[in-house]
Ligand binder design. Structure first.
Ligand SMILES: *Cc1c(COP(=O)(O)O)cnc(C)c1O
Length: 382
């Protein structure tokens, strides 16, 4: 079985360093915040090209706390995409604000900037683009709207540390960026962890207070805060892994290029990377409708694949209260039914990669009679 993700393989490559480090930290008995946390904050802010970084307990908390640190709360609206993990919109609700969805671009799967301005009201305070699967949202038009309407922009970088947009790193383009270190992300720790990067000193100061019970001096509390700190152990693991991250991403890109080249003449849509974007391929997502048959076929052949995400957020039970209905975001709905991710972790062997594409080709050859009408390099499926 080729699992969708196999973290044991990655662990093997860093095992010795991790064991030494664990020993050291356990002996120091310094667990909450601490010197490894300061070090990873420095390292990540340098990596992202921002002035500041604040470690928190998860990517979800990074979103919630940075919205709060930007002063967003009750009565405010935040514009985001319905095609993302639930945490993006959940965080807006936890911050006290209302998520307002805007449909995605059918090529990049990210929020469609051309549809944003129609949704701006007097209550709109921020835009929360998600860099989905490791591909940056189209930030220039979003930043233009930010200027024009005096909004904040918070980047959801949970899936996109190491990605670039026209030379700029994720998290450095908006007012802040929220990163997740959930184990399955491209840079994952051994449990939950997250970070906010920003160039804004005020957001940074607020974040520092909020993550630690509103306190910057022991037992003196300026604000109602949270208990949302990064553990020293998690930070130490991240410091070890960060030095491997760019190499891992390069491998992911190479695997993606292999898949895309192999599937080029087959009736299935491979991921699109616009010019001057660096995709970090957290996920390699193929588009075909419906996706369920090929997912089952691959499973029967020992390859795990999965739809991220099978339900657009506006149709999730938990967001019923927002009053959306089927048909409101057609691109997002279509994609949720007709896409699936295949394994793309950097440790995949050549044999596995080849087996994965060969099995996909087998399915496509069996299932479709292709009518190859060549039109701008697209094949139409009958
Ligand atoms: C993983 C993820 C989050 C949440 O991060 P956690 O660390 O799991 O809390 C938020 N947004 C997106 C797009 C994610 O993929």
């Amino acid at each position: 079985m080729i699992p969708i993700l196999d973290l044991k393989r990655q662990y093997k490559t860093i095992e010795d360093k991790v064991k030494d480090m664990l020993q050291e930290i356990v002996e120091s008995q310094s667990f909450v915040l601490g010197k490894e946390v300061e070090k990873i904050e420095e390292n990540i802010s340098r990596y992202c090209g921002t002035k500041f970084a604040v470690g928190v307990a998860s990517g979800t908390d990074a979103l919630i706390l940075s919205l709060a640190a930007m002063g967003i709360g009750k009565g405010d609206e935040v514009i985001t995409t319905p095609f993302t993990f639930t945490a993006t919109a959940e965080a807006i609700v936890h911050a006290g604000a209302k998520p307002v969805f805007v449909d995605i671009d059918p090529k990049t799967y990210n929020i469609n900037p051309a549809l944003i301005e129609k949704k701006i009201t007097k209550r709109t305070k921020a835009i929360l683009p998600v860099h989905l699967y490791g591909l940056c949202a189209d930030m220039d038009p979003i930043l233009k709207i930010r200027e024009k309407h005096g909004l904040k922009v918070l980047e959801d970088c949970a899936q996109a540390i190491g990605s670039k947009y026209k030379g700029r790193a994720t998290g450095s383009m908006g007012d802040g960026g929220a990163i997740s270190f959930y184990p399955g992300k491209n840079l994952g720790c051994f449990g939950d962890g997250g970070m906010v990067v920003t160039n804004d000193k005020k957001i940074y100061d607020n974040m520092r207070l909020l993550r630690n019970h509103g306190s910057d001096k022991r037992y003196y509390h300026k604000a109602i805060g949270y208990n949302s700190r990064l553990d020293n152990l998690q930070a130490a693991i991240l410091n070890i892994k960060l030095s491997h991250l760019d190499g891992w991403i390069e491998n992911r890109i190479k695997i993606a290029e292999f898949f895309t080249k192999e599937l080029k003449n087959f009736p299935i849509q491979t991921p699109y990377t616009p010019p001057d974007y660096k995709h970090s391929f957290h996920l390699y997502v193929l588009r075909t409708s419906p996706a369920v048959e090929i997912i089952n076929y691959l499973a029967a052949k020992g390859i795990e694949s999965r739809t991220y995400y099978p339900v657009s957020l506006h149709l999730q039970e938990c967001f019923n209260f927002l009053g959306y209905k089927r048909g409101d975001f057609p691109e997002s709905e279509k994609l949720s039914q007709g896409s699936f991710a295949i394994p793309i972790y950097p440790e995949l062997t050549l044999k596995e990669k080849t087996y994965i594409v060969d099995t996909i080709k087998q399915f496509l050859n069996k299932t479709f009679t292709t009518l190859k009408i060549k039109n701008e390099n697209h094949f139409f499926i009958r």
